[in-house]
Design a protein around this ligand. Sequence first.
Ligand code: NDP
Length: 273
Amino acid sequence: AVFARGSAGLERPAFFLQEGHFGNTMSSVLITGCNRGLGLELVRQLLLHPQAPSVLIATCRKPEDAHALQTLAKAHSQLYVLKLEVNDFSSYDAFAQTVKSIVGDKGLNVLINNAGILLQNHSSFSNCTVESLTDTYVTNTVGPIMLVKALRPLLKLAADSNADLPMGWSRAAIINMSSGLGSVGNNTLGSYFGYRESKAALNTATRSMSYELGPQNIFVLSMHPGWVQTDLGTSQAPLTVEQSISGMLAVFFSMKPEQHGAFLHWDGKEGIW
Ligand code: NDP
């Protein structure tokens, strides 16, 4: 086996994947949508974190154009850059096989469903279309659900091989990157058609998955990253990516089993459903 630091397809020394190479500290994290924005900053900060994962799989649509990620991969041997278009569901089986060949028998500890879209030009009631509503739902809701289905066996492997740990980040966890705009209770302004519904639906999926996957000791969480300065959040947002991600990492690394199925904000506060 198999896949390569830097991009899918290069050779990796066989010993790297052998049982025991990571001792008992093997941990793996997979994040979607990592070429820019919150995903890229998550990768940056996780690589520098005192509890950095031994394997970090960063996905993006075009690895060949993801220059910041590729530069990071050259400096950090645990970073793998894999191609994933989240709307290409026919690629999921092969993608899961690739992930399996990287993480091996210890499975995948954490999946962060981060990739998402907000179609600004189509988000008012008058401008939204069948296509804008459907595309947003497919990317923001269907993608995360189907990716959890595809990677569930690997998450279960991690949950089973860390049976001595409590449910959470170190054992097996799914983080669905939601949004405060997905809150029904806090929706006092309207607009953001497509986006709000897709994130409300994602929150519902988080709660449902918590019942489905909890018995397998897989922790599930919806996160609101705050309003953040990215292409999606725009430069008017109050938070920098650094602030949002360092806040969220503090939340991830201190997750408690009783937060399974919760909706949390980047600073640890409870979200309103
Ligand atoms: P950006 O627009 O900066 O980045 C979005 C990322 O998602 C890009 O890497 C993009 O890849 C990827 N992506 C979009 N569609 C697909 C797809 N079909 N397949 C694969 N990758 C895809 O957004 P943010 O970093 O701000 O957002 C990250 C997450 O955080 C999203 O889920 C968003 O809804 C959520 N969020 C963000 C907030 C903010 O204020 N920024 C607030 C609340 C939630 P590509 O470059 O190829 O398009």
